[in-house]
Design a binder for this molecule. Sequence first.
Ligand SMILES: Nc1ncnc2c1ncn2[C@@H]1O[C@H](COP(=O)(O)OP(=O)(O)OP(=O)(O)O)[C@@H](O)[C@H]1O
Ligand SMILES: [Mg+2]
Ligand SMILES: [Zn+2]
Length: 510
Amino acid sequence: MSYARVLCVGLVGVTGHLVEVEADLAAGLPAVMLTGLPDASLNEARDRVRAAIVNSGQDWPNRRITVNLLPADLHKHGSSFDLAIATALLTGAGDLPPGPLREVVLLGELGLDGTVRPVRGVLPMVAAAVRAGVTRVIVPVENACEATVVPGVTVRAVDTLRRLVEFVRGQELLLDPLPAATPPPPPPLDLADVAGQLMGRLGLEVAAAGGHHLALFGAPGAGKTMLAERLPSILPELDDEAALEVTALHSIAGVLPPGSHLIRRPPFQAPHHSASLASLIGGGSGLARPGAMSLAHRGVLFLDEVSEMSGRTLQALREPLETGQVVLARLHGTTEYPARVQLVVAANPCPCASPAGDQYCTCSPHVRRRYRAKLSGPLLDRIDMRITLRPMRAADLVPADDPATPSAVVATKVSQARKVAEERWAANGWRVNAEVPGPVLRKPPWQLPLKETTDLRRALDLGLLSARGFDRVLRLAWTLADLDGRSRPERADIGEAIQLRMGESHEWTE
Ligand SMILES: Nc1ncnc2c1ncn2[C@@H]1O[C@H](COP(=O)(O)OP(=O)(O)OP(=O)(O)O)[C@@H](O)[C@H]1O
Ligand SMILES: [Mg+2]
Ligand SMILES: [Zn+2]
C-alpha cells in the first residue's frame, strides 16, 4: 500500500473544519511535496516530521512523497497537522496498519526528537470534529483536558510519536487525559473591600445588571481600579454556550493553563495603556492570536488610565465595540474573532491628578479641555455612565458599623434584575437593557408617561443631554427599575439615571 488518509482539523477564526491529510508514496527521486494551501509555518512540517520519524526509530521512506491537505481551498496554518502528516506518511509507507486510526482525528505538533507538543485551539478543533461526526480524537497530553470539555468526545493523549506508532501496532497504550488540575483560587476580589463610594458601587451594580458600559473618573487613590476589578464578582456565570466560546478563544490564544476546564466566570482583561495594537485587537503570523478584546469576550474589558492611551489605539477599539467582533487582515483574506465586551474605563480628571480632588487642580482650562476631548469622541459616547468618584476621606476608611455589602449579595440582586430584563426582551432577542435600541424605548408599548419623564425632557431642552444621552438615560432607568423590582421606571429612576449618566462633573457631559 502506498497511499493513506488521516483526519485532522484546520481552524479559520474560531471555526474548525475537518481536514483530510493524504499521503502518496511513489517511485522516483526522493522528495516531499506538501500541497493544499499550506502557509509557511505548515510548510516547515516537512522537516519536523522527517526528523521526528527518524528520531522515533522509524525508517524514513526514501520515495517520492506527496502530502495533500483537503479540502484544497481551505487555508491551513500552524503546526497542529504534524502528527497527522507523520502518521499518514508511515501508514502510506506500509509501516502502520490503517485500521486503528480510521475515523480518528489526530492533532499535535512534533518536536525534532519525536515528542508531541501542545498546540493552540484544540478545544474548537475537537468541537468541529464532533460536529462533523468524528467522536474520537488523539491530542497532545497537555491539551487533553481542554479537549474533554467538548460533549460527546472520546479523548486519548500522546506524549511522543513513538507511543502513537506502538499503539497503532497494538504494543502500547495511549494516555488518559489528566484529571483537571484545580489551580489555587485567585484571591477573591470582593466589593466588601470597597469602603464608601456609594455612587461608584451603584454604577457597578447597574452596569452588571443592564450590561451598560461604565466610565469611572476621580482623583488618584479614590478606588477606580479597585471598583472596576470587582465587576466580574457580581456578574452571572457564563451559560454553556458562552463558556464554550470563551474557553475556545482562550485556547486559540494559547493562554489556557494545562489541566484547565471550561471557563465559567466572565473573563476580565485589563490591558496596559501602552499595550500594542496587536495585543489589544489580535494578530501575529500563522493562526492569529486573539487579543485582549477577544479574551474579554462575554466579560469585562477594563481600560485603566484610558486617557494615556494613544488616539490610534482608541480609534481601533471603536469598531469592535460597535460590532462585537474583531476583524484581522491576513495574508489570505481575514480572520474574525468574537469580541462582545462590557467596557469599563477609568481616568484621572486631569493631567495633574491632584489626589485631594478637583478644587486643587493646577492645570489650565485649556489643558483640561484637551485632555478630556481626547476621550470624548471615540469612546465616551458609547459609554452609558460617567461616574466621578470623590476623593477618599479618612472617615470612609475607618471600619463603619455597617460594613460594605459583599459581592455575593449584589450578585443575587443583579441576577434577579437580569432575569426580569431577559424575559421582557426575549421575544426581540435582546438579553440586557443596554442592547435595546433607543427608539424602542421611546415608543409604545415601552414609552413612559409624560409625568415620569419631565426631568429628562427638561435636561434635553436645556442642552445638558444630547439625544443619544436621552436614550442612554432611558436604558439606565429601566435597569434601575429592574434592580428595585418595579415593572416600569418612575420619575425617581429617571432622576437617578440622569445622575449616573452625567456624573458630578459637568465637564464630561455630552
Ligand atoms: N473606596 C475604597 N475603599 C477601600 N480602600 C480604598 C478605596 N479607595 C482606595 N482604596 C485604597 O487605595 C488603593 C488605591 O486604590 P485604586 O488603585 O483603586 O485607586 P485609583 O482610583 O485607581 O487610583 P489611580 O488614579 O492612582 O489609579 C487601593 O488599593 C486601596 O487600598
Ligand atoms: Mg487606578
Ligand atoms: Zn489638574
